[in-house]
Unconditional design. Structure first.
Length: 101
């Protein structure tokens, strides 16, 4: 039980998807109920360990509840992926144009 509690206390998103991170956090939270006594603390734990690119836009917002905040994180991740795909597409088109011309 102590190992799971320690794992909860050190858990970070790192290379996990937002959903994977949420699932792991939720699973491990059962071993450390004193660490998240209320909704605000649960939100703080989740946000505090998200990757920087997701945490930044979310940390400045107020969140009515945990699920609302998770939904915003999922939308933010999807938007980041869309922006990255567009950037790569434009870079590839530019590179192809340079090679042809």
């Amino acid at each position: 039980m102590k190992m799971k509690r320690d794992e909860f206390r050190t858990l970070r998103q790192d290379n996990l998807s937002v959903q994977g991170y949420l699932n792991k956090l939720t699973q491990l939270a059962h071993y450390a109920p004193a660490d998240i006594p209320d909704k605000d603390e649960k939100i703080d734990k989740f946000l505090g360990r998200l990757n920087d690119t997701l945490r930044g836009p979310l940390i400045i917002q107020d969140h009515a509840n945990f699920q609302s905040m998770v939904n915003k994180a999922l939308k933010s991740k999807a938007d980041n992926q869309r922006v990255e795909a567009n950037r790569k597409r434009k870079a590839a088109a530019f590179k192809n144009k340079q090679q042809v011309g």
